[in-house]
Design a protein around this ligand. Structure first.
Ligand code: NAP
Length: 397
């Protein structure tokens, strides 16, 4: 039957048999989800726990069965059960929804996109020292250029806005322009940085870097940086200190520093050990998390979570797409959903279950049992199917 997860005084109350809604996902979702569920169930059982999985529909499966890409019942189930997990979803082309993933984040106000990036022993990597990569990205999920405030070139709306900007501000914009608006609010920035700092405190991390492009976009990206430092002074002065307030020497406090986005993309590659927790706006976070994922094994094992720490809602997800050319072939790497599950279990306070899965995953890769994506980068690897990879992990739990 299962029991609902609830939120009590801002803290999740998690039973030993939680009900967790899941979206199987389109394309390779049919391969990845059952494989991941096998690992989750085996790991939970080992620790005397069980999960009541409740399938909810979204994407193609939802559209075929209900005529709706994102049925209200799905959103309601995530609202009711607080925590959920999903496979990849097709972005409907020419449909009313820009992206189902972005829609879910916005409807549920999941303002943090959490992407831990670390190397697991044995995973093939294009860099010499992948073990130095251990970063956690907090990407703002609801604002910035991703807010969906765009007007197409040549439309009456775009023309009207261009005229208004000329009349009101004297701004000259070419008449054949498309326009996008980049809103960045103080409240949105501060709740993101607050979540990053609370995470850093809880997990004993050493620093939080505010990544921005404030040298150019002063009142959006630059303001994000300033609000971040302001928050440290106002709310975290007992545990954290900004670079300028300590000359770079934080003592035993968490150091909060900032870095320009373009140089950050170089330095995460050349000096990865200087980065720990990163807090950044939506677009920077998107680029940064995919670039970093490449250093530690690529998209096949990059996990993510979308979280609202105030309401307690969280949806954990594979960060790759549906890889339609491989759909139904029992071929692709289920690592991204499996590690998203690890993040979910950590979030639920099931650290033992999460640690067991990571150990078993590393043991499987150490035995050179891997899916095609790793096999093509490793010498002497044994290439197995999605389901066989999951079984091998479950056997090593
Ligand atoms: P994609 O599905 O991420 O696939 C791109 C490539 O990444 C694949 O061809 C494959 O590389 C590799 N890959 C993806 N999943 C993998 C896995 N589990 N294991 C190993 N390798 C994996 O990107 P796309 O083809 O651009 O997008 C397809 C659809 O997914 C689109 O409809 C897009 O909108 C959607 N999408 C959804 C999400 C989401 O739900 N979060 C995210 C991004 C895109 P190789 O060819 O080298 O084998």
């Amino acid at each position: 039957m299962g029991t609902k997860i609830t939120l009590k005084n801002g803290v999740l109350s998690v039973p030993d048999d939680p009900i967790i809604p899941f979206i199987e996902g389109d394309g390779t979702g049919v391969d990845i989800w059952p494989a991941s569920q096998l690992v989750f169930d085996a790991a939970a059982a080992k620790r005397g726990k069980s999960i009541e999985w409740q399938e909810v529909l979204a994407g193609e499966k939802a559209f075929n069965e209900t005529g709706d890409w994102l049925p209200e019942a799905t959103v309601q189930s995530f609202r009711d059960h607080l925590i959920g997990i999903k496979g990849p979803l097709t972005t409907p082309i020419g449909g009313g929804i820009r992206s189902l993933n972005v829609a879910l984040r916005q409807i549920m106000d999941l303002y943090v996109c959490l992407r831990p990036v670390r190397w697991f022993t044995g995973v093939p990597s294009p860099v010499k020292h992948p073990e130095k990569v251990d970063m956690v990205i907090f990407r703002e999920n609801t604002e910035d250029i991703y807010a969906g405030l765009e007007l197409e070139e040549g439309t009456p709306e775009a023309k009207k806005l261009i005229e208004m900007l000329k009349d009101g501000f004297g701004w000259e914009i070419k008449p054949d322009s498309g326009i996008g608006i980049k809103p960045v609010s103080e409240s949105g920035s501060k709740r993101l940085v607050r979540a990053a700092l609370e995470y850093a405190v809880k997990r004993n991390r050493k620093s939080v870097t505010l990544v921005h492009k404030g040298n150019i976009m002063k009142y959006t990206e630059g303001a994000f940086r300033n609000w971040g430092y302001e928050l440290v002074r106002d709310e975290f002065s007992d545990v954290a200190v900004g670079w300028d307030d300590c000359n770079g020497d934080p003592g035993d406090k968490i150091l909060v520093k900032d870095a320009i986005a373009d140089i950050t993309l170089q330095q995460v590659l050349t000096r990865p050990d200087e980065f720990d927790v990163i807090a950044t706006l939506n677009l920077n976070g998107d680029y940064l998390s995919d670039a970093l994922a490449a250093q530690v094994g690529g998209i096949g094992i990059a996990p993510g979570g979308n979280i609202n720490y105030v309401t307690g809602h969280g949806i954990f997800e594979a960060t790759h797409g549906t890889a339609p050319k491989y759909a139904g072939q029992d071929k692709v790497n289920p690592g991204s959903v499996i590690l998203s599950g690890v993040m979910m279990f950590e979030h639920l306070g099931w650290q033992d279950v999460a640690d067991d899965i990571v150990r078993a995953l590393e043991a499987t890769i150490a035995d050179k049992i891997v899916t095609y994506d790793f096999a093509r980068l490793m010498d002497g690897a044994k290439e197995v199917k999605t389901s066989q990879f999951a079984k091998a992990i479950a056997e090593r739990l």
